[in-house]
Design a protein around this ligand. Structure first.
Ligand SMILES: *[C@@H]1O[C@H](CO)[C@@H](O)[C@H](O)[C@H]1NC(C)=O
Ligand SMILES: *[C@@H]1O[C@H](CO)[C@@H](O)[C@H](O)[C@H]1NC(C)=O
Ligand SMILES: *[C@@H]1O[C@H](CO)[C@@H](O)[C@H](O)[C@H]1NC(C)=O
Length: 182
């Protein structure tokens, strides 16, 4: 599976504009970083997985290891792959996207995998980290291929009632028109 296809998939899962992301005033980054964002592809929810980062907080330009795990209702196949990367608060990918194989895992069983990526050399006050589990197919079919996802939003907090830590559904990552254009 070539790298470009993966990055292509990664780009497809773009930011759904929510008040939490765009209207929030950047504040200090919550530690530990919490992956509580959900993803949608073509209006369809993607199952949520777990992740954490080390070091936490991420240091610009340094390697960061994502420990990714979860339990999906679909099999992770022979070519199952985890993708990790960064996006700015407009949803554009920044820096590198890294991938690692996920051991084939039957539906209903835990998987766990670590993947390391060099963080972007410049990290703005607010950004996102996104993790995808993909069963790649050729040609890519994002709605079918992306079987797990989670997102952490760093550096934004829109208040105690709707804080990023408190309401997992507040931050949603979704497809946008570019899905159809691509
Ligand atoms: C998006 O979802 C609609 C409705 O379920 C479906 O008809 C369409 O084929 C999907 N598009 C893609 C690209 O998967
Ligand atoms: C990140 O890890 C890779 C692979 O181990 C290494 O080649 C690279 O130099 C590291 N980058 C930094 C900034 O430590
Ligand atoms: C895994 O990748 C290989 C080589 O690209 C391909 O032949 C095979 O069909 C893929 N397996 C699955 C389950 O997609």
């Amino acid at each position: 599976m070539n790298r470009h296809l993966f990055i292509h998939l990664f780009l497809l899962v773009a930011l759904f504009v929510t008040n939490a992301v765009n209207a929030a005033v950047p504040k200090k980054r919550p530690i530990p970083t919490i992956f509580d964002g959900r993803c949608r592809v073509n209006e369809t929810d993607v199952e949520q997985i777990r992740a954490n980062v080390n070091p936490d907080p991420v240091v610009a330009g340094k390697n960061v290891t994502f420990s990714v795990s979860g339990l999906l209702s679909q099999d992770i196949g022979d070519n199952g792959t985890v993708l990790v990367g960064f996006k700015d608060d407009l949803g554009f990918t920044i820096g590198n996207v890294a991938s690692a194989p996920v051991p084939p895992t039957k539906a209903g069983n835990e998987f766990s995998v670590d993947v390391t990526v060099e963080a972007p050399t410049v990290l703005t006050d607010s950004y996102l980290m996104q993790v995808l589990v993909v069963n790649p197919s050729n040609p890519p079919d994002p709605q079918k291929d992306i079987v797990g996802c989670t997102v952490a939003v760093v550096g934004t907090d829109d208040g105690p009632d709707s804080g990023l830590n408190g309401s997992p559904n507040k931050i949603v990552v979704s497809d946008i028109e570019s899905f159809l254009i691509l």
